[in-house]
Structure formats: structure tokens, C-alpha cells
Design a binder for this molecule. Structure first.
Ligand code: KG4
Ligand code: ZN
Length: 332
């Protein structure tokens, strides 16, 4: 069964064709460059860019997959969480297409899409696993009993991990969104150059990044410009280490508390090279297995939405065409 996936929750316009929730035939992603000059996503601008891009991106996805619209048997689109204008563009397009072609439609939770990226790519992943979702808007630890059955273990009290990366990257003049640039810079720095605070005191699964962000901001403010220029990579590596430390400690704690040995990490920050390495080492040292998506499936993309839509369709059948965009949609 071929599924067409559509993703427009933030500033990526994406369309993908996926066979049976397993094989990606195409996954076209357009990242809107227009926002870089504002240092953040402007929702109204993003909506307009999605309107311009959605049809050509959809056509390109069919073309790259070597199929036509008559081959598509299921249409899936992100309904939330995300920015309401951008969500409505993709959702309305997908619903219209499903209606016109008389094929079933499934609305998808974007966070379930991130989680599904690992199910899509790793055949040997246990149905019952732990997942760490770390993106620009979310940081959460979830026990996945099976696809669709979730137990929330913990989430961030304030900033998301990706948000912390973006804010610190901005302070350091690395552009927006700066997570990937900071990762690259940090790879040449010393993670022990300065010890930034880690919010790991309490024996729970909650996260907090606003204190760390403020600590870095104050540190940078006090620094003389020469030291900043000389030590930029060391500061980036030290900040990154603090984020990765907390994510690792809490994930290991969840492994211990639940006894679940298969762990996945997903979302944009799952692309972070230090996080991938540390988590893999630590999880494997405790007899577990760590799974992460390939880089293209970490950040927002429609292949993960097509896969999540397909798994949902298998379990519950088609969704309703009256499905609306829900900006603050929860996973659990
Ligand atoms: O999942 P995503 O594409 O969008 C949301 O659903 O939020 O995640 C985007 C986030 C941004 O904050 C971006 O800076 C971060 O993921 N990111 C990274 C890396 N690549 C992307 N953060 C750290 N290291 C990276 N390599
Ligand atoms: Zn995302």
C-alpha cells in the first residue's frame, strides 16, 4: 500500500511516498530559508511559503517515487502540534486530495511522526520501547507499550532541548536554527572547558533548560571579545555537553525504572553527533540497544508522517475529513 505523507507544521514543506510503512520511495523536503534573516520562524510568512510550495513539492514527491496519484491508496498529513497557519495548508491540501481521489485520509500527530521514524527504519526494534523525543518544540521521555499506546515519563518544564541549542547558537552568532552549526563547531572544542549547570538534581524524568540557557548568556556577556573568538568551539562543546549529560542521565534512569532495554531517540536534536554517541555508549554498556533515525529523518519530514499514518490506519482505519489543525495537540 502506497501512502502519501504531507508535513507542514513549521518551516519545512515536505511530501513523501512510503510503501507499507517501511520503504521510502521519495521524501522531498523544502526548508524555508526566508526565516534566517529574522532569527526565528514568522508564522504568517511560513504559511505563505507553504501555499507556494505545497503543489510543486507534492508533484516532485510523486515523480521521484516514479508513481502517479492513482497509485496512492492512503493520504496522511500532520494535524498538530505546530503553527496553526502552516498546519492548515498541508492538512487542507491533503484532505482535498483524499476527497477528490476517494482514498482514505489519516491525520497524524507530529510527535508520533518523529517516534515513527525509528519504527520505519529499524525492523528489529521492539514494539515495547522507550523513546526520547527531542525537537525544537518538545523534550519528552515516553514509554511506548506498542504503537499508539504511550505512557509519559517526563517532559521539559520550560525550554525544549532544540530551543536551548537555537538560543545559545543565536547568542554565539551561529545563525538560526543553529543546532546543527553548534554541533559542528563543538566537534572541534573541549567539552570540559567550562562546567555549565545541569538540572539533574531531582530523582525524576523532568527536564529544564532555561537555567542552562541563562548561565551561558551570562557567561558570554562577561567574556572579553578576544576570549570569545579564541574559545568559541570550547564554549559550544561545554554547553552541548551539559545538554547531552542531562538527556543521557534521564534516559538511563528511565531504562532502569522500567526495565525496558530498547531505546530510541528522535526529533531534530537526535541528529546531534555527541548525543548519538553518548547515548549509544551508555545504553549499550547497560545491555540495551539504542536506535536513532538517519539524519534526514531526524528533522521534520513527510516520510515519518506517512509511516505514522499507515500504522494508525492499520490499527484504527481511516480518519475523518473534518479533522482540524490542533496547534497544541498532545501525544500523551
Ligand atoms: O524536529 P525538528 O525538525 O522540528 C521540530 O519539530 O521542532 O527539530 C528542529 C530542532 C531545531 O531546534 C534545531 O536546531 C535542532 O532540531 N537540531 C539540532 C541538530 N540538528 C537540528 N540540534 C543539535 N544538534 C544538531 N545536529
Ligand atoms: Zn518536528
Amino acid at each position: 500500500m502506497l501512502t502519501l505523507g504531507i508535513e507542514t507544521s513549521c518551516d519545512e514543506t515536505s511530501a513523501a511516498v512510503v510503501r507499507a510503512g517501511r520503504d521510502i520511495l521519495s521524501n522531498v523536503i523544502l526548508s524555508q530559508a526566508v526565516h534566517t534573516r529574522f532569527g526565528g520562524v514568522i508564522p504568517e510568512v511560513a504559511s505563505r511559503e507553504h501555499v507556494k510550495a505545497i503543489v510543486p513539492i507534492y508533484q516532485q514527491a510523486l515523480e521521484e517515487a516514479g508513481v502517479t496519484i492513482t497509485d496512492i491508496k492512503l493520504v496522511a498529513a500532520t494535524m498538530g502540534p505546530g503553527l496553526v497557519g502552516p498546519l492548515l495548508v498541508g492538512l487542507s491540501f491533503a484532505k482535498g486530495l483524499a476527497y477528490a481521489r476517494n482514498v482514505p485520509f489519516v491525520p497524524v500527530n507530529h510527535l508520533e511522526g518523529h517516534l515513527a521514524a525509528n519504527v520505519l527504519e529499524h525492523q528489529d526494534l521492539d514494539k515495547h520501547h522507550l523513546t526520547l523525543i527531542v525537537s525544537g518544540g518538545h523534550t519528552m521521555l515516553v514509554e511506548v507499550k506498542s504503537f499508539g499506546e504511550y505512557l509519559l515519563l517526563g517532559r521539559t518544564r520550560d525550554d525544549a532541548a532544540g530551543e536551548a541549542f537555537d538560543k545559545v547558537a543565536k547568542l554565539m552568532g551561529l545563525g538560526y536554527p543553529g543546532g546543527a552549526a553548534l554541533d559542528k563547531l563543538a566537534s572541534t572544542g573541549n567539552p570540559r572547558y567550562f562546567r555549565f549547570p545541569r538540572a539533574v538534581m531531582k530523582d525524576d524524568f523532568q527536564f529544564s533548560y532555561s537555567g542552562l540557557k541563562t548561565a551561558v548568556a551570562l557567561y558570554l556577556k562577561k567574556l572579553d571579545p578576544n576570549e570569545l573568538a579564541e574559545r568559541k568551539a570550547d564554549i559550544a562543546a561545554s554547553f552541548q555537553e551539559a545538554v547531552v549529560d542531562v538527556l543521557t542521565v534521564k534516559t538511563l534512569r528511565a531504562m532502569e525504572a522500567t526495565g525496558v532495554r530498547h531505546v530510541t531517540v528522535s526529533g531534530g536534536v537526535a541528529a546531534n553527533s555527541r548525543l548519538r554517541l553518548r547515548l549509544r555508549e551508555e545504553v549499550e554498556a547497560r545491555g540495551g540497544r539504542l536506535y536513532y533515525p538517519s539524519l534526514a529523518l531526524c528533522t521534520d519530514n513527510a516520510a515519518m508522517i506517512a509511516a505514522a499514518g499507515f500504522y494508525n490506519f492499520e490499527k484504527h482505519g481511516p480518519g475523518e475529513l473534518i479533522a482540524n489543525a490542533i496547534p497544541n495537540l498532545k501525544l500523551v
